[in-house]
Design a protein around this ligand. Structure first.
Ligand code: COA
Length: 237
């Protein structure tokens, strides 16, 4: 272990790359820019409490920062949560999260994501979720990935369907606009592996993180040249 922060906390050195889209853990220095970018439709934890005296936007920015700090502070081998900053064409455009509860036993990951408005609809949502899934399935040995979205969130559901997630039931949930129906979806390891969707994702810096995940890390699989799959060339500037 070296004396610098990356040596003490090797998760900071993790990086996934798919075409022009890169993911690396959010650092504290990113928070002001991410807070400015945070779109009104990015879903937040419905259990988060709101502070009186702050506007909705100020509360949402506070919750983003507090959730980020909590994610590192509460890390255990069993349960962990990573906020990845997403860049496309070198420009920061949003967040992709990856989380797990009792991962060594359950081998199931969950995720959430958001993009700034002008980066949407260009395949970046698919690319960042693919990068996250490659880390989970191909390197951490996940058995399943689950996700949930409001049933009217066609973009989020579109990303999941594109990647082969199957419907896995519905539930009612509370949202700032009142009760809503959540669609739950699941992607199993066999489907992911047979689709070979992870073969264009490059993962770096994972070896040093092995003790943090408590599972055997699978070495980098060969990254194949891009084939027919749509990978964003360049994000809007
Ligand atoms: C969800 C989100 C991250 C998706 O990213 P994106 O870059 O817009 O999605 P993509 O361009 O990769 O599109 C993914 C798929 O969904 C489809 N899709 C995208 N937007 C759609 C829409 N509004 N209606 C219907 N389908 C849509 C696309 O056609 C594509 O499917 P295909 O590749 O099979 O044709 C982004 O739209 C977003 O930030 N939304 C607001 C925040 C949010 O809702 N986050 C998810 C909740 S956890």
């Amino acid at each position: 272990m070296t004396g610098d922060l990356e040596g003490q906390w090797p998760l900071f050195g993790l990086q996934m790359k798919m075409g022009d889209v890169s993911l690396s853990p959010v650092r504290e220095v990113d928070l002001p820019a991410l807070a400015r970018m945070l779109p009104a439709d990015a879903e937040q934890d419905p259990t988060s409490s709101m502070l009186n005296g702050l506007s909705i936007e100020e509360n949402r920015r506070r919750i983003l920062a507090q959730s980020y700090w909590r994610s590192w502070a509460s890390w255990t081998v069993e349960s962990w949560y990573i906020f990845f900053r997403v860049t496309a064409g070198g420009r920061m455009v949003g967040i992709q999260t990856l989380e797990a509860e009792h991962f060594p036993a359950l081998r199931t990951v969950d995720s959430s994501s958001w993009l700034v408005a002008d980066a949407r609809g260009k395949g970046i949502g698919v690319a960042m979720r693919t990068a996250m899934l490659a880390l989970a399935f191909d390197h951490l040995g996940a058995d399943a990935a689950v996700t949930s979205a409001r049933e009217d969130n066609l973009a989020s559901i579109g990303v999941s369907r594109h990647l082969g997630y199957q419907d896995n039931g519905t539930s009612k949930s509370l949202s700032p606009s009142g009760p809503c129906v959540l669609l739950h979806m699941i992607l199993h390891r066999d489907s992911w592996l047979s689709s070979r969707q992870g073969t264009t994702v490059e993962v770096r810096g994972l070896d040093a993180c092995a003790p943090w995940f408590g599972v055997e890390i699978v070495p980098q699989a060969r990254v194949l040249p891009n084939r027919k799959r749509r990978i964003p060339e360049r994000a809007a500037t």
